[in-house]
Design a protein around this ligand. Structure first.
Ligand code: F6R
Length: 364
């Protein structure tokens, strides 16, 4: 049942305020002031590092979480795609907690990577949407994401629910390790609780996003730029777009642009810049100027303050609500998903069943 939507993907994008609200509720203490993990829990004071492993969209959730665990909690994090991790056979030492993120819980490479860590890592944690899955069954600690069944092949609500659970884990780690005070944690948690309302506001931007998508549908190549925590989101946005619209899309860390990719820029290449007005905004804007100077067509996705400070030369600006910078990846996922969706709709591709793709990749 598509609930009145044309595609499951549209329905699942629209469900995000609700399912993210569910995920938040499941991990909040009854007074709402702290994060509670299910048994047997995790002793963050003893963790030396996290090794995070996943594929595709779940991998980009892990890369995002690396920024959070390192910045908020001071825990070093390694992130790998499962197909590389399992055959590289990296040293996994005691003191390492291995975290496997998977919507289906059945991805063959992720499961093999998990089995490689058995008996080596201190603890095996999985972040899954299907709690009865193989990956969940073989974990010491299972953190469900509560996204509900995801049918569209392109992952949407599972991604933002993965982010939500990983962020709450990072906040729990920050609190246990004494890196953030009780007040700071409470401030972040109350900002997180306001996310469903903010995501609803972002879902109200369908019209301008549909309008720019009609232009994007004509492009052969599209670049995404982001810095800091917006870099993994840029990678996820590019993946979403190529999966369902079949347009070649790549993401670059904004600061890498001048190290090669800028050679690609001309008036035919739309460049989508994901840039909330955070502490890295000015740097991203200066990378954006380099694109504009080469006649690149910039679509800037930012907030009110960012829109004012960025100047007038961009092709289009999409203005999102302002949020605490740690929450930007969750919020900016919404326009990234809607751009992919409307571009695919404009091209007439099969949004829910894109060619060559399967929902669950149980062979390597
Ligand atoms: C992207 C997508 C895939 C999956 C990947 C991992 O939209 O759906 O990239 O994210 O195959 O799948 P799970 O999370 O089930 O392990």
């Amino acid at each position: 049942d598509k609930g009145g939507h044309k595609h499951f993907m549209a329905k699942e994008i629209a469900e995000q305020p609700t399912v993210i609200g569910d995920a938040i509720q499941h991990y909040l203490s009854s007074n709402g002031n702290s994060v509670v993990l299910p048994d047997p829990g995790l002793d963050f004071t003893k963790i030396e590092r996290l090794t995070m492993v996943a594929c595709g969209t779940a991998y980009y959730a892990c890369v995002t979480a690396k920024y959070w665990f390192e910045q908020l909690a001071g825990i070093p994090v390694e992130v790998d795609v499962a197909s590389e991790f399992r055959y590289r056979e990296p040293p996994v030492t005691k003191g390492t907690v291995a975290v496997f993120v998977s919507q289906s819980g059945e991805t063959a490479d992720t499961l093999a990577a998990l089995r490689f860590c058995e008996g080596k890592a201190e603890q095996i944690v999985s972040v899954v949407n299907v709690p009865e899955s193989s990956i969940a069954r073989e974990s010491d600690l299972v953190l469900p994401i509560f996204a509900g069944t995801e049918i569209g092949v392109a992952s949407t609500k599972a991604f933002t629910c993965q982010l939500t659970v990983l962020l709450m884990m990072a906040l729990k780690a920050a609190s246990e390790r004494g890196v953030m005070s009780k007040d700071e944690i409470q401030g972040k948690l109350s900002a997180l609780r306001s996310m469903p309302g903010i995501l609803n506001a972002a879902l109200g931007l369908q019209d301008p996003l549909r309008a720019v998508s009609r232009k994007l549908a004509e492009a052969r190549d599209i670049l995404f730029l982001g810095r800091g925590v917006m870099y993994p989101l840029a990678m996820e946005a590019a993946l979403k777009l190529k999966e369902i619209s079949y347009i070649h899309a790549e993401a670059y860390a904004s600061g890498e642009l001048k190290h090669g990719p800028i050679a690609l820029i001309d008036e035919h290449v739309p460049v989508i810049v994901l840039a909330p007005r955070d502490r890295l905004f000015d740097k991203t804007v200066s990378n954006m100027q380099e694109v504009l100077a080469r006649s690149g067509q910039v679509l800037l996705i930012t907030d009110q303050e960012g829109a004012v400070e960025s100047g007038e030369d961009v092709w289009e600006t999409i203005v999102l609500p302002e949020v605490d910078p740690i929450l930007s990846p969750i919020l900016y996922a919404i326009p990234a998903q809607l751009l992919a969706y409307y571009t695919a709709v404009a091209k007439g591709t099969d949004v829910d069943q894109p060619r060559n793709l399967a929902k669950s990749v149980t062979v390597e």
